[in-house]
Design a protein. Sequence first.
Length: 319
Amino acid sequence: MVDSRVLRGINLNRLPVLWELLRCRNVSIAAENLGLTQSTVSAALKDLREIFDDELLVLSGREFVLSERAFELMPILETMLSLAQELVSEPEFSPTTDRTVFRVVTADYVSTLFLPEILRIFAEVSPMMTVHVFRPNKKSLADLQLGLIDMIIGPEQMLDWADARGADHGMRFEKCFEDSFVAIARQGAATPATRDAYLLAAHAALYLQRELPASLEYDTLIAERATQFNRVLVPEFWMLPFIVSRTELVSLVPKSIAGLYQSLFDLQAFKPPIEFPMLNLYMVWRRGKEKEPRFSWFIKQMRLAFASFDPNGSDTAPA
């Protein structure tokens, strides 16, 4: 039974010094191995002799030898220090047995791109891991700072809307994917060829939520001092191809989304008569988290997942 009153009266920091002294049987060498001064280790040895009421190291000729008590302490001390190291050390990471849940905030568009490939990787090399995807909201950046989520994936403009890069929030940013925009319409439907016709056409457009209403489409139209007719606003990218394929509406979507859904719905893609900027996606995480073995492994798998995706609409495994 452990008597905590006895332990409280002992400076346990002395025990690693004791181990090094008994192992080396030399004050100077022990001090060098510990990164301490010889006088500090000599003072520690004096204290240890008082604690154990034993010489521990006995001078024999020109060398120190272990006392009988010291011989008895060696295996006990080694076991205790090993257990203490195991107690405070992070368990060795093994993808094959790890059960980590990685929490990622991103839009459904990004989930469509990376989830199938990252889940394939997990199934092959990390069958017990989980990815939990959350929709973005105005608290996402704060949740990332608090460690409630592990990563945000979104366009660089979204990071600016949230002021994620405008202030030092201790974040790391890594570009992971680049996409362009195309317009989509139902197969066989007439497509607007001029700027005025495009703006007058009935649109299905993205509107994330009241807290995050902005979109690249919206921002570009504001910059162009243009207004388009939005007949319906939806919070998810995947709804746009579905709606367009069954109506006379047009919509602006990332090229990768158009490529994916053209094989599922009766759609045609065309170049919009307004120039929209490239969609640059970034992975964002707390600075320093990449030093954690589990998260470092996850970042590498995310890079592979994005690298495997062809924005023209077909999945290609990386070489």
